[in-house]
Ligand binder design. Structure first.
Ligand code: HEM
Ligand code: HEM
Length: 185
């Protein structure tokens, strides 16, 4: 399978980024959900939240590499024949990139203004380099939870619905070319 995209298929690098980011976002969501099952102040609750932050920070580190790779060569040719559908798909894709930056950025800044060191799976720490500002941390929390997250969920929903629609109704092979182990030029 080629590393680079071909006119018909995504290369393995783009596919790996896509599915790794998907797993990390699901991981961040899952860890957050788990932490809610434990009482405030418990070690388990704190550990799940640490995992949430580590998964989220990974998204922030990787999105820049993913974007650099995306701009380093052409994407496969679009197979969508309707102009508005093509524009809508592009709009959702760029909005997803934007949110893959904003979601973890608001989280990381929240930690900064809270004076909290973020550990990346215990491997290294992201130190606090901004001065503490609790009201700002609170505002960022609102942005993280009540603006970026519902927006990200909605767009993922639309994106997945479109992929499934293309696969089973339109049958134009759009999903297949993003799945692992499929390639043809
Ligand atoms: C793509 C990355 C991320 C996703 C998808 C994500 C998702 C979420 C979700 C779904 C919530 C709960 C929202 C709700 O209550 O409805 C949340 C809360 C939170 N996230 Fe993230 N997050 C990400 C990155 C981060 C990062 C990088 C940090 C910090 C370094 C962080 C820190 C927090 C904190 C502190 C809360 C609030 C916890 C509480 O309510 O006490 N998040 N996040
Ligand atoms: C966290 C969830 C997801 C995010 C953030 C996401 C993000 C993206 C982005 C940004 C692109 C555009 C790639 C580019 O043009 O550079 C893309 C493409 C694609 N995604 Fe996702 N995706 C997610 C989940 C999924 C899922 C669950 C599916 C399948 C059910 C899927 C199917 C596809 C397909 C088929 C393409 C290629 C579209 C084409 O070839 O024109 N995605 N995704």
């Amino acid at each position: 399978m080629p590393a680079r995209n071909t006119p018909m298929y995504w290369g393995w690098v783009a596919k790996s980024f896509h599915w790794l980011m998907f797993a990390l976002i699901v991981g961040a969501w899952f860890a957050f959900e788990q932490h809610e099952d434990f009482p405030k102040g418990s070690t388990e609750r704190a550990e799940w939240m640490n995992l949430h932050r580590a998964f989220g920070a990974s998204v922030f580190f990787l999105v820049w590499l993913r974007l650099a790779w995306r701009f380093s060569g052409p994407a496969p040719d679009s197979v969508i024949t309707s102009k508005w559908q093509h524009r809508a798909a592009e709009g959702v894709h760029w909005a997803l990139y934007f949110l893959m930056i904003m979601m973890p950025l608001s989280g990381l800044l929240m930690s900064q203004f809270d004076g909290r060191v973020v550990s990346w799976f215990g491997v290294f720490d992201i130190p606090v380099f901004l001065s503490e500002n609790k009201p700002l941390a609170e505002q960022l929390k609102g942005l993280h939870e009540d603006v970026w997250w519902p927006l990200l969920l909605t767009l993922i929903g639309l994106h997945v619905a479109a992929a499934v629609w293309h696969q089973f109704i339109v049958k134009d092979g759009v999903l297949k070319r993003m799945l692992p182990f499929t390639s043809r030029s």
